[in-house]
Design a protein around this ligand. Structure first.
Ligand SMILES: [Fe+2]
Length: 266
């Protein structure tokens, strides 16, 4: 069996807060939870938006925090990340592309493929020819080996009016590619800060809550001017893959108000 932990969108800053939450407190709570309960997992995938502002002090402090994890971690690029700084401060597998934070990990239960969907200077994503050619080659080589994809931006609308506009651009081309390869068994998606699950062209997918702040449900309607973080507690994911079973447990690792700045005293 393969056991892996999945966390998403830490939006780390080395000082101060993000939308009223202290990212250090939230990340530490997630790390403590993983070390206490999931030290037997093979690794922890972090599906992008590693930091909030994409600067060097934040990546360095993030590295110092993540080094406390008892299991290896796999960082990914989101729209808030800086590829060069991410590469300079966080460990990446040897299979990583030179120009993108995109790589594969072989496990006894299949291939984990972490994609780079960043479009520089945009909150929306993209998947250029270079990245899709790389993925095609990986999938060609996978043959009958099951493949599990992780990506920051969703390639399709999810019924979230505010987030859907910032999905991967030309996601249909990506989905056309995936549809050619029955070896792709599951897609794990970040970016939307909500837990949604479904299938797209027959391929199951799940999104993940942020470990920092959540987005509200689409109803009652809201927009970025009226946006306030949702009231749900953060989650991380515990993924078990065994035979043909893929199980994702959404797991709460702290109370909703942990790290909320209005509750902090100094
Ligand atoms: Fe994002």
């Amino acid at each position: 069996m393969l056991k892996a932990v999945w966390m998403s969108d830490p939006h780390f800053v080395h000082q101060g807060e993000v939308l009223g939450y202290d990212p250090r407190v939230r990340l530490n709570a997630a790390i403590d939870h993983i070390n206490q309960h999931h030290g037997d997992a093979s690794f922890c995938v972090i599906s992008g938006d590693m930091v909030n502002h994409g600067n060097a002090p934040d990546y360095q402090a993030l590295r110092d925090h993540l080094d406390k994890l008892a299991i290896p971690f796999l960082p990914m690029a989101g729209n808030h990340d800086d590829r060069a700084l991410l590469r300079a401060h966080l460990p990446l597998p040897a299979t990583c592309m030179a120009d993108f934070i995109q790589y594969s990990i072989q496990t006894p239960n299949g291939l984990i493929v972490c994609l780079d969907t960043q479009k520089k200077g945009s909150d929306a994503g993209e998947f250029c020819t270079k990245r899709s050619s790389w993925l095609r080659e990986v999938l060609d080589n996978a043959g009958d080996i099951p493949v599990y994809l992780f990506m920051h931006h969703p390639p399709m609308p999810l019924g979230l009016p505010m987030q859907d506009r910032d999905r991967m651009q030309d996601g249909d081309a990506f989905l056309d590619l995936i549809a050619e390869y029955p070896c792709v068994k599951y897609i794990f998606i970040g970016h939307v800060h909500r837990a949604i699950t479904g299938t797209m062209r027959g391929v199951p997918f799940s999104t993940m809550r942020s470990i920092l702040f959540q987005t509200p449900a689409p109803r009652p309607e809201w927009d970025w001017n009226s946006f306030e973080p949702g009231k749900e507690a953060p989650n991380l994911g515990v993924i078990s893959i065994s035979g043909e079973a893929i199980i994702l447990q959404y797991e709460q690792f702290c109370e909703q108000n942990l790290g909320l700045s209005t509750l902090c005293t100094d």
